[in-house]
Design a protein around this ligand. Structure first.
Ligand code: NAD
Length: 249
């Protein structure tokens, strides 16, 4: 469906998308905007923000792994656009690929800080004004690695599993508030990172997906737009699968 035919489910709402300057986050930002949302992008990389070409309602350089930076991002965003109805916690890093017995302290700490603690910081800072208004949609980006575990990326797998546990606990705390909290668990997705991967690696990743093809950014964005909309009203604490039939649980 072309963008001009999309339903305007998010008209009048404001979304913050973390890590929204490129890749999956940029795709989510573009989709939410196409559904009528005012989209605010937070990203650590100011240059990527500029290069993205996306005309956000507001953008801020925010490091999700730093609580002071997140808190400042909330203040600046509320000053600029007045409210946050939707929070998409998408910012994430992979970390080095190596076995646990070679993993360095600082690499482990960095991956956990961005991929797990960053989501906690953003949720804690954004949720008070959602609770006060009795409405909100929070979507946390986990991964198939958080469900299955993946050799070589133990910190990433642990962080993404942590995102699922955090999502379930936080959702229960908010059951009477009008705020839902859900996660998504995508498999490997067609992004620019493919250019850096070997043909063998790409082929072996594809072989694990029963649908026989890779996930596309617009498919993630479409699911996030639904979860972030008022239509997704009776689901909270859930992990939405985007695995092409791989995770049948
Ligand atoms: N690409 C995949 O195949 C895949 C699969 C499953 C899940 N995911 C998850 O989807 C999310 C997006 O992945 P992507 O492939 O688009 O990544 P990407 O590297 O292309 O983009 C990530 C964005 O996050 C920003 N970012 C990184 N650290 C940050 C920080 N500390 N604070 C704020 N912004 C920060 C980066 O500047 C970048 O703009 C991640 O959480 C990732 O783990 C990706």
């Amino acid at each position: 469906m072309t963008d001009d035919l999309l339903p305007q489910r998010l008209a009048g709402q404001v979304a913050v998308v973390t890590g929204g300057a490129r890749g999956i986050g940029l795709g989510i930002a573009q989709r939410l905007a196409a559904e009528g949302c005012m989209v605010v992008v937070w990203d650590i990389n100011a240059q990527t923000l500029v290069d993205s070409g996306f005309s956000a309602a507001f953008s801020a350089q925010v490091d999700v792994a730093n609580s002071a930076s997140v808190n400042a991002g909330v203040v600046a965003t509320l000053e600029a656009v007045g409210r946050i109805d939707i929070l998409v916690n998408n910012a994430g890093i992979n970390g080095p690929v190596m076995p646990v017995w070679e993993y360095a302290d600082e690499d482990w700490a960095k991956v956990l800080a961005v991929d797990l603690t960053g989501i906690f910081y953003c949720c804690r800072a954004v949720v008070p004004q959602m609770r006060a208004r009795g409405y909100g949609r929070i979507v946390n980006v986990s991964s198939i690695a958080g469900k299955e575990g993946m050799a070589g990326i133990s910190a990433y797998s642990a962080a993404k599993a942590g995102v699922i546990g955090f999502t379930k606990a936080f959702a229960r705390e908010l059951c009477e508030s009008g705020v839902t909290v859900n996660a998504i668990a995508p498999v490997i997705t067609e992004t620019d990172l493919f250019k850096e991967m070997t043909a063998e690696h790409i082929a072996s990743a594809k072989a694990k997906i029963p649908l026989g093809r890779f996930l596309k950014i617009n498919e993630i964005a479409a699911m996030v737009a639904f979860i972030a909309s008022p239509e997704c009203s009776f689901t909270t604490g859930f992990v939405f699968d985007l695995s092409g039939g791989r995770a049948t649980y």
